[in-house]
Each structure stands twice: as structure tokens, then as C-alpha cells.
Ligand binder design. Structure first.
Ligand code: MD3
Ligand code: FE
Length: 222
């Protein structure tokens, strides 16, 4: 069957509920880390990580790329999903089988069987990089969850409510942690505090976060 039916993933999963609809699968991606990193290196060789401009005119401290049918793009015109990398004019790299397999198995564990990601956004944090509180609402299909995979240095993740002003909870996300965000948590405000310096045995001085998304039919809003 699938080339990555043998992707090493735990059968006995440690769960924690972070909020209604949000499930943390602690260390779910640990054993698959080297396979995922090798696939990631292939993607960023074709579609390099870059610091995008926000619609407000800032340069993001996080460097991003994508793979899959659609990729996430930000520029002066706004945020959107696009079928091509604006930097090369080429389609985004294909989603590797090991990525799809991991996202589907994690979604199934969290109660979202049948999740078929169309886009994987890759975020790279160097020490000091952060992501301000935001909602993910560039997708049309808000019934599907988002699956996020943390690799490398630990991060402090902020997770709030449906209003920007709701005081966020803080969680440490560690290498290999996978979180599935569905149901009422799908539109919650969230962000990442500035990354503390450190050295990770496999990834070095950085954190990588992969988010697997279902975008929905006509992706471009802007
Ligand atoms: C909760 N990424 O790419 S992952 C993003 O660590 C993003 O790079 C962060 O927020 C990172 O948009 C956080 C966890 C996450 C991702 C998407 C969510 C949490 C979410 C969407 C809705 C609610
Ligand atoms: Fe987000």
C-alpha cells in the first residue's frame, strides 16, 4: 500500500486535552523525526524558507515555505493560499507521503478520521522569532481541523479564546509534539512567544512547525 505505512508512529498515544476540540499528542512525531526532516530538506531545496511581508508592511520574523496543492502566501495585498510559489512561479513541492501519513494518523487519533490535508505550511523559528496572536481564517473549510507538528527547540505557545482580548493560556510545545485543533478551538487566537536560544541534537538552533490544512474550494479571498 502506501510507501509510509511503516512510518514509525506510536501505537500507545499520550493524550492531553488543551481546550474543547484541541488535542495534544505528546511526542507523537518523535520516532519519525529523521524521516520528516529528510523530506523537509527536499522541500526547502525547491521552495526555500523566506521572510514574507505582512499586509501591514512588516517583515515576518518567522521564515515560511509550503508544500502540497496550495501554499500560504502573505504580501502587501493580503494573506491567501496560492497554487504557485510566488518566488519561483512554480507549483509548490508535492506533499511527501510521510507528511500526509503523519497528519492523517494524528487527526484520526484525535477523532477526525478522513482528514486529507491540501496544504502544509512550514514555519521556521530562529532564536528570537515569534508569531503574534492571530486567528487562522484564510481557509474556507473551517469544519476540518488543523494538525500542527513541532520539531526542534521548545516553544512557548499561547492559546486564547475567540476574542483577542481573552487572556491566553501558555503551553510548552516540545520536539515531536503534535496538536490537532478542531471544533471550537479552530478559530481561537494563538501565537508563539520569542524563541529562546538553544541547540537541538537533530535540528540545531531552530524550531520548525508544520501545519496541515484543508483549505476548501476557492482559496483566494484577496
Ligand atoms: C490553533 N503556527 O502557522 S502551531 C500558524 O508554532 C501558527 O508556528 C504556530 O499559528 C507555530 O498559523 C502555532 C499551533 C496552531 C496552529 C494553527 C492553529 C494552533 C492553532 C489554528 C487554530 C487554532
Ligand atoms: Fe496560526
Amino acid at each position: 500500500m502506501d510507501l509510509f505505512d511503516d512510518l514509525p508512529l506510536p501505537t500507545d498515544v499520550a493524550y492531553a486535552s488543551l481546550a474543547p476540540g484541541a488535542v495534544l499528542l505528546r511526542a507523537f512525531a518523535c520516532e519519525a523525526d529523521a524521516t520528516l526532516l529528510q523530506a523537509l530538506n527536499g522541500i526547502v531545496a525547491q521552495a526555500p524558507l523566506r521572510h514574507m511581508q505582512t499586509p501591514g508592511g512588516y517583515t515576518m520574523s518567522v521564515a515560511t515555505s509550503s508544500c502540497g496543492r496550495l501554499g500560504w502566501v502573505s504580501d502587501a495585498r493580503g494573506y491567501r493560499y496560492a497554487a504557485r510559489d510566488p518566488q519561483s512561479g512554480q507549483p509548490w513541492p508535492l506533499m511527501p507521503d510521510c507528511f500526509t501519513q503523519l497528519a492523517q494518523r494524528a487527526a484520526t487519533e484525535a477523532g477526525y478520521a478522513g482528514f486529507a490535508p491540501e496544504a502544509c505550511l512550514i514555519n521556521q523559528y530562529a532564536p528570537g522569532a515569534k508569531l503574534s496572536l492571530h486567528q487562522d481564517r484564510d481557509e474556507l473549510d473551517l469544519s476540518a481541523p488543523i494538525v500542527s507538528v513541532s520539531l526542534g527547540l521548545p516553544a512557548v505557545f499561547q492559546f486564547g479564546g475567540l476574542q483577542r482580548s481573552d487572556r491566553p493560556q501558555r503551553h510548552r510545545l516540545l520536539h515531536g509534539d503534535v496538536v490537532v485543533w478542531g471544533g471550537p478551538s479552530r478559530l481561537a487566537f494563538h501565537g508563539v512567544l520569542p524563541l529562546a536560544d538553544g541547540e537541538h541534537a537533530l535540528l540545531g538552533r531552530r524550531r520548525i512547525n508544520l501545519t496541515f490544512r484543508r483549505v476548501g474550494e476557492s482559496p483566494a479571498r484577496t
